[in-house]
Design a protein around this ligand. Sequence first.
Ligand SMILES: Cc1ncc(COP(=O)(O)O)c(C=O)c1O
Length: 418
Amino acid sequence: MNGFEEKDGVLNVDGVSLTTIAKEVGTPVYVYSASVISSQFEKLKSALARALPANRQPLICFACKANSNISILSHLQNAGSGLEIVSEGELVRGLKAGFEANKIVSTGVGKQKSEIAACLKAGILQFNVESLPELERINQVAGEVNIKARVAFRLNPNVSGGGHHKISTGRKRDKFGISLDVMEHAYATAAKMEHVTPVGLSMHIGSQVFDVQKFKEAFSHIPDVVKKLRSNGHSVTRLDIGGGFPIIYKDENLLDLDSYAQWVNDIIAPLDTDIILEPGRYLVGNAGVILTEVLYVKETSDRKFLIVDAAMNDLIRPAMYDAYHGIEAVQNRNAPKQVYDVVGPVCETGDTFTTDRELPAMRAGDYAVIKSAGAYGASMASNYNTRPVAAEVLAQNGAYKIIRRRQTYDDILATELV
Ligand SMILES: Cc1ncc(COP(=O)(O)O)c(C=O)c1O
């Protein structure tokens, strides 16, 4: 069995009963389906393979921030993915997971000296540069370690990438990228520097981009910019066209990948560059759930709360972005429906996964899953309220393995001094 399916009345993941995982590993626990991750990667890859010629197939660089567990990274690396990183820590993870350095791209507005040096020493493919001061810093560090840095400039197209305003990165007011009017100057500055080589452009407009029209709009200046840079005598050999592919949280109409790939073929491929993509959420989001136990059913005069053992420190998205996440019962799935607020134990009213949700009636001790938690779930977890970070489990072909053990209190306290 593949993905999340009901078997004998119980929700399973890749052929493993979620009640078994809950009993053996404890809750809350992040549970991932290896088959869903593989099929998402293949869906994206094959849409591009259908639309683009063989010599223009993009390098897909998984955005590590979406899920940085090294087993997940290594699963994607085995499938043929590269990696997009935004910190030295993500570089460490990527190398540990087995990515070749020349398939790693570094982005982020605040690259630090040690991070730049570590990326250079590892031999990463390129830095996506987000400002002129950063370009100078990269040139300086590259000189110190005596390794030339390949840089691509991230263009800020002044287009909002959809989704929540906190995950839109392409507007003028956002901190990301370099505006169109300074791009020529930035490229020319880099070309004169001793320790950097400008290789191209990059762009990521935000997350949950449902309509290919958004990409068309945001990238509309790219062909002219590339032509202009080339006519100024520069070489432009790479275009990193970012991520932002959406997943289903509720009932969204997803981006049509074939139209997207066709757009890449029609607009990007003729520019005759290598192409890089940076999908995060799309590859892992729907592959993961948080498996949680109902601690109490609390009834007040006007609400019925399911108090579960997962909380906002395990999945911050509802509190941070008002995000919707599907919730399902693991057993007794056909019980009569009740309307619940599903909340965690953290001392914040914001620790609420949903309000007024119709779910099968549940009792204390029952298990439920919070869906679409494979991206920006565990990677955004914290120890708020001194809650240990939950374990992570990867299921595949009827078996599961623990890919991160549950944190202990000793782990949490180990770095603190009295
Ligand atoms: C530069 C960059 N690339 C890729 C991504 C991945 O975005 P998504 O998970 O929506 O594909 C992000 C997300 O924040 C990003 O900042």
